[in-house]
Design a protein around this ligand. Structure first.
Ligand code: SF4
Length: 163
């Protein structure tokens, strides 16, 4: 059987981002995987019970998702509220979905403190990007799921032998 692919819900058109928008990925590869029933949609933040819309959040002090998992960094909303526990809960729910559906690959929205896999923001809420992954992407990788950013869907297809 072909592997299922865990996909950020906002890429699939769900309006679940912090500002209530979607980030729909228009791509024939993704359309095909959806039509084949091979995608598992997850929004870690919504699954953790956070509301939509919600304040933007970033990993504090230029740290990354792995540091959050290790207890060495926090995730903070723009107003200063600590949302680390909710983001960790969302990451665990996403991992549980990946394991339940035997997803060995994930296609996630880059830049998010949850789903980012190539870059995140530096915690200053000033739009500065740093290399690194969000907390869900980091947890998935720790458990052997190969995470690709939405910009790298072609690379994922190549790994799957479907490009
Ligand atoms: Fe999209 Fe992930 Fe943010 Fe949910 S947590 S809105 S799936 S980037």
């Amino acid at each position: 059987t072909v592997s299922k692919i865990l996909v950020s819900a906002c890429l699939l058109g769900r309006p679940v981002r912090y500002d209530g928008s979607a980030k729909t990925l228009e791509d024939t590869l993704l359309d095909r995987w959806v039509a084949q029933g091979r995608t598992v949609s997850v929004c870690p933040e919504v699954m953790a019970g956070l509301p939509t819309p919600r304040p933007p959040a970033e990993i504090a002090e230029g740290r990354d998702g792995a540091a959050v998992l290790g207890g060495d960094a926090r995730i903070i909303e723009i107003g200063g509220a600590d949302v680390t526990a909710a983001f960790l809960a969302g990451a665990r729910i996403a991992l549980d979905q990946a394991m339940r559906h035997d997803c060995r690959y994930a296609l996630l929205t880059d830049g998010s403190p949850s789903c980012g896999s190539g870059f995140i923001y530096d915690g200053s809420f000033s739009g500065r990007r740093i290399d690194g992954a969000g907390v869900t992407a980091a947890l998935l990788r720790q458990h052997g799921v190969a995470v690709f950013s939405h910009r790298d869907i072609g690379a994922l297809a190549a790994v799957l032998g479907e490009s």
